[in-house]
Design a protein around this ligand. Sequence first.
Ligand SMILES: NC(=O)C1=CN([C@@H]2O[C@H](COP(=O)(O)OP(=O)(O)OC[C@H]3O[C@@H](n4cnc5c(N)ncnc54)[C@H](O)[C@@H]3O)[C@@H](O)[C@H]2O)C=CC1
Length: 405
Amino acid sequence: MEAPATPSRDDGTANGVGRRPRHAAGPHPAPPRPQTSWDALLIRRTMAEIAPLADKVTSYFYALLFVRHPELRPLFPPAMDTQRDRLLRALLTAAEHIDNTPVLLDYLRNLGRGHRKYGTRPEHYPAVGACLIGALSTYATHTWNPQAEAAWGRVYATISQVMTEAAEADGRDAPPWWHAEVVTHDLRTPDVAVITLRPDQPYPFLAGQYASVETPWWPRVWRHYSFASAPRADGLLTFHVRAVPAGWVSNALVHRACPGDVVRLGPPVGSMNVDHATDSGLLCLGGGTGIAPIKAMVEEVAEHGARRPVEVFYGARHDHDLYDIDTLLRLRQAHSWISVRSVIDREDRHLHDAVRASGPWRDYDAYLSGPPGMIRSGVSALQALGVPAPRIRHDPVEDLVISGS
Ligand SMILES: NC(=O)C1=CN([C@@H]2O[C@H](COP(=O)(O)OP(=O)(O)OC[C@H]3O[C@@H](n4cnc5c(N)ncnc54)[C@H](O)[C@@H]3O)[C@@H](O)[C@H]2O)C=CC1
């Protein structure tokens, strides 16, 4: 059901799909899962049947949509390859969380808000819903029946209602997108740029969040990047971008963008934020350009004024990949309670090994940001050290799996 171009991060192993609701495992444990409803069972049955045919279902869905509604084609990016994966992911997400109302609502509201920048309007939803049901009924030949169709109809009606209401409410006090001018472009390595932008109007966000970015060279192709600084008094925003092979947006931002160019930004999203209600220590693992939100959060803690232990582990494959170490070292110099350790890959020692060796970390809130493999190995190392899962926070790993384009 996910309509136009949901952004993906393409600086590395991109996060190719709409962010899933299982946001940063936060300090609050997830509520117990309610009993599975009949609709949820029917939805999951369909999903299980179409899972092996995902490619066919998504191609058929888009073919139906563009044949029946050619006026919607311009809302989507010129190349639909990455887009194809997103549809199924959004469906799986909705299906997976259908009985977990607060989580699903949060996800759908963000999705609705995020869709404003694509030009999605309320009247587009029934068109998408009819084509979705058309595609599912064509491929879920064993499980499709009137009950399944009714269940999908109800669920889709809820999804579209929540999304349109959220978009409408957001429209009362926020623009659908922001224009932002490149103010500085600093090529720190042959493929990593630190870019500073000046939005055309105030852009409120929290350290740890991210935004989707569209360049003028690839209209309607959006990618996620995290804010690399805490909110600043001058309103400027900073992003770290690595140009990845065949990464449209990342290559444009790293190798083409110059001061004076104007990009578009979607609204801020993400819930990997610092909890200022506690004074627990922060254990931060940043790998490669994943250091961006970690730096933003450390700056925020510093600005907040409370002295709490902050232990940063900055992982990189080679020395020259530690492109932002000087900034972190300056922060450490200014605040005695911040510690910064860089960890260069060795055959027998990676970032998670270094973190494990310096444990136990049981009393810390852990924040991880970087490639999916790093997040997974970091999380298992921390869990093995006894850090409770609710204290381990990161953006959803599933979103980091699909490569950007
Ligand atoms: N640019 C941004 O704003 C943000 C980027 N990210 C993500 O961070 C990643 C950064 O990519 P690169 O800079 O190319 O990082 P990279 O591939 O150079 O790796 C950085 C660190 O992660 C470790 N690592 C990589 N793969 C691993 C694996 N399979 N198992 C264990 N450790 C592993 C490396 O050892 C190294 O310490 C991308 O996936 C990007 O999507 C995440 C948040 C923000």
